[in-house]
Design a binder for this molecule. Structure first.
Ligand SMILES: Nc1ncnc2c1ncn2[C@@H]1O[C@H](COP(=O)(O)OP(=O)(O)OP(=O)(O)O)[C@@H](O)[C@H]1O
Ligand SMILES: [Mg+2]
Length: 247
């Protein structure tokens, strides 16, 4: 990679207390502004890897750095969980404002920033509603707005659209791409969905039993439904299938 890495995991190993390693020999580097997708079977260590990247878990060996420094600055990282994890008793707008509210009373500028993000995600009419009054896709959008509010340079997403129907999912994928590209965000995106990984990713890594077993660069011309797109999907399916053969 010609540019210096933005996120770097080098020789990372991690195991939960008294258990064999869940992640091992892991080297992964993301260039600034890169969207990197991580695919792998259930239980192979994807969420653990994201938590290591966020500094929520300390590696047993190796190092994790964001722009060359350990990931101590929580504001530098936005995390989107598999479930939207919104607070029922707060309005959509207040949920989006939560990262600010945890630090200080939101200012007018903070409220304007939250409203602008909600509008960009098609939620302008819903700011005063409560999460239970939203569809699943709308709740996922609020969770995305919340993660983006502090304009984190690094976004970590853990299967954020897994529960959504295919059409809503494609809408959200486009929204996410647009926002990441507009703000120059570097993103590590975990998914089970090979098509989603190839659509979103500049590169895609396959994780199996805690190790990276394949890394693939998605050609710039690999738009959905093109032969290049199909070839990437087939290569990833093969890498995941090989894992099955080993198991
Ligand atoms: N807190 C924990 N304590 C002990 N073991 C854990 C803990 N969290 C996860 N594990 C184990 O670590 C392994 C990897 O878990 P992880 O959540 O990273 O998998 P994953 O790839 O995200 O799976 P999924 O696709 O189902 O979300 C699993 O075998 C899991 O049982
Ligand atoms: Mg997981």
């Amino acid at each position: 990679m010609s540019r210096p890495s933005f996120l770097a995991l080098r020789g990372v190993r991690f195991g939960f207390a008294g258990q064999p390693p869940v992640v091992q020999d892991l080297d992964l580097e993301l260039a600034p502004g890169e969207i990197h997708c991580l695919v792998g079977r259930s239980g192979c260590g994807k969420t653990t890897l994201l938590k290591l990247a966020a500094g929520l878990l300390p590696p047993d060996a190796g190092s994790v750095t964001i722009r060359g420094a350990p990931p101590h600055d929580r504001r530098a990282v936005g995390f989107v969980f598999q479930q939207p994890t919104l607070l029922d008793w707060l309005s959509v707008r207040d949920n989006a404002l939560l990262p600010v509210s945890l630090q200080h009373r939101p200012t007018d500028a903070d409220r304007q920033a939250a409203d602008a993000l909600l509008a960009q995600l098609g939620l302008a009419p819903y700011g005063a509603r409560f999460p239970r009054q939203l569809s699943g896709g709308q709740q996922s959008r609020v969770a995305l707005a919340r993660a983006l509010l502090l304009q984190p340079p690094l976004l970590l997403l853990d299967e954020p659209f897994a529960a959504l129907d295919a059409i809503t999912r494609e809408d959200l994928q486009r929204d996410l791409l647009r926002l990441c590209r507009a703000q120059g965000i570097t993103a590590l995106f975990v998914t089970h969905d090979i098509n989603e990984a190839v659509f979103l990713g500049d590169r895609v890594s396959v994780l199996a039993a805690g190790r990276l077993v394949r890394q693939l660069t998605v050609p710039a011309d690999a738009a959905r439904d093109t032969p290049a797109f199909g070839a990437c999907c087939a290569a990833l399916r093969e890498a995941l299938g090989r894992d099955e053969a080993i198991a």
